[in-house]
Design a protein around this ligand. Structure first.
Ligand SMILES: [Zn+2]
Length: 86
């Protein structure tokens, strides 16, 4: 599977490490949230059947993090409009 690094171009997937779902926001006021809210933030992640925003790092290349859109069924990859964003 080829993964398009925004800075290096298409590279084999063995050069990358998966960083999990993108667009997971850190709690705005972490001192006031309860344990259940922390548990949801830490352990609960989307698991859609279809397109999903993911974080990846080009660990054997430029070592930069980026976001891409991957279809979890077909593994089709679409570069994100904002690859550096969460
Ligand atoms: Zn790269």
């Amino acid at each position: 599977m080829l993964i398009p690094c925004p800075w290096c171009g298409d590279r084999e997937d063995v050069e990358f490490k998966y960083g999990g779902a993108a667009q997971i926001t850190y709690p705005q006021d972490p001192d006031t949230i309860d344990d259940a809210t922390w548990a949801r933030y830490i352990f609960f992640r989307p698991n859609p059947k279809g397109r999903m925003a993911e974080r990846w790092v080009h660990s054997a290349g430029c070592r930069r993090w980026f976001t891409l859109i991957r279809d979890t069924v077909t593994h089709e990859i679409t570069p994100s409009a904002d690859p550096g964003g969460q």
